[in-house]
Design a protein around this ligand. Structure first.
Ligand code: HEM
Length: 115
């Protein structure tokens, strides 16, 4: 694996930390909102993930079904996070908040458990 690939993977993990960390802080501080850490995190995931997908395809070892599912989950997450942030919502509905956290966990689970 070359340096660019490792760097992208590293940034992908920092993006995961931002989106999940942002959500955790919102939960534990009782705010139940979507914040900019989550927005920048999910944007980082989409940007680095798509390039990582391209690199894996070029090397001929991309799991297209897995990465297609990840892409759709991340796209849905991006919409669910971006809209309340852009509309400056102080709080989101409970169902929206828990679904966001569950989707983050499921997407990371797909990354790790689907080989
Ligand atoms: C919120 C959205 C996302 C989360 C939480 C997430 C999470 C992760 C995690 C935790 C890993 C590391 C897995 C491991 O090393 O075993 C990973 C790797 C990876 N992700 Fe994502 N991801 C997201 C979005 C995406 C998207 C949209 C794509 C592209 C379609 C993508 C493509 C990849 C690829 C190709 C790898 C393998 C990296 C490598 O080993 O070179 N991810 N992801």
């Amino acid at each position: 694996m070359d340096f660019v690939h490792l760097l992208l993977r590293y940034l992908h993990l920092l993006g995961f930390a931002a989106v999940f960390g942002g959500w955790l802080v919102s939960w534990l501080s009782g705010k139940f909102n979507c914040n900019t850490a989550m927005l920048y995190g999910v944007a980082t995931q989409l940007a680095t993930g798509i390039v990582l997908y391209g690199l894996a395809s070029a090397e001929g070892d991309a799991n297209h079904a897995k990465l297609g599912v990840k892409f759709l989950l991340a796209l849905l997450l991006a919409v669910m996070i971006a809209i309340p942030v852009w509309k400056k919502r102080e709080r989101v509905a409970a169902g929206h908040f828990w679904a966001t956290g569950a989707l983050i966990a499921v997407t990371a689970g797909v990354a790790v458990f689907w080989q």
